[in-house]
Design a protein around this ligand. Structure first.
Ligand code: XBP
Ligand code: MG
Length: 253
């Protein structure tokens, strides 16, 4: 195994439910739009990746009020900008914390010189905001490639963002492990032919991730043990210690 490639939203932190969703609602209100995305509705809307694409999907498929603006692209772009501003504000307030085991595993991988990258369909500024108020901005230097929607507009479930990372790192898919939390993310990493470890969350626990290498509740910590939920290697990999470390990951790839 030569590199670990991490998704961001839902994998590193519950940024969808507690970050983007809340920020969208604040931005709608600021724009005078009466849209309100509750936790359950937002789970349905997550079938569409990309904030602007998600808003357009909602407008086209749900019974909601129509924006007055004739220039819908411009309207959604401006709401998206203010959504990301509110998102950064929520991060600064500490409203979102990293999921169990994320900090521990990243630190171990960094200390041991494991190559790492980020492959996400969110906007780069959102990655910066999450890191600034959790691990610190300097931690972004641990990642050799940070691929976001700014670099790769073709969003998941397209494999484009993973293909981009592999090409930049000069690595084969068979030499790397992806970390994902969602069906769109898994379909993206799978299409890029990457072995994938899934950490499910409240939005994705019931999805069918069959074919993924290992499916767990979260990465776990010594005092917060993970639950193994499935995966093609679930029987072979010993997760008895209750948390994922580099040694276990080496058994997957
Ligand atoms: C998650 C996404 C993003 C975020 C919102 O991507 O689909 O669209 O929900 O971010 P990932 P933007 O799990 O790959 O990180 O508003 O910037 O699109
Ligand atoms: Mg995700």
């Amino acid at each position: 195994m030569k590199a670990l490639i991490f998704d961001v939203d839902g994998t590193l932190a519950d940024t969808e439910r507690d970050g983007h969703r809340v920020a969208f609602n604040l931005a709608f209100r600021e724009a005078g739009l009466d849209w309100e995305w509750d936790v359950s509705l937002y789970g349905d809307l997550l079938s569409v990746t990309g904030g602007k694409e998600r808003m357009r999907h909602y407008l086209n498929n749900y019974d909601c009020s129509k924006p007055q603006d004739d220039d819908l692209d411009g309207f959604f772009s401006s709401i998206h900008l203010s959504k990301n501003r509110f998102y950064a504000g929520l991060m600064a307030e500490g409203k979102v914390v990293l999921r169990p085991g994320v900090q521990r595993l990243l630190e171990e991988a960094h200390q041991k010189g494991m190559r790492m990258a980020i492959a996400t369909t969110t906007t780069r500024s959102n990655v910066d905001a999450l890191f600034e108020y959790t691990l610190g901005l300097a931690t972004l230097d641990w990642f050799e490639v940070i691929a976001t929607a700014d670099e790769v507009p073709d969003k998941k479930p397209s494999p484009a963002v993973y293909d981009y990372v592999l090409e930049k790192m000069g690595l084969q898919a068979s030499e790397c492990l992806a970390f994902e939390d969602s069906l769109n993310g898994w379909n993206s990493s799978r299409a890029a032919k990457l072995a994938t470890l899934i950490t499910v969350n409240g939005y994705t626990a019931d999805f069918d991730f069959s074919g993924a290498s290992l499916i767990v509740s979260h990465l776990g910590d010594p005092d917060n043990k993970l639950e193994v939920l499935g995966g093609t290697l679930a029987e072979q990999i010993d997760c008895g210690q209750g948390y994922i470390d580099l040694q276990i990951l080496n058994d997957i790839v």
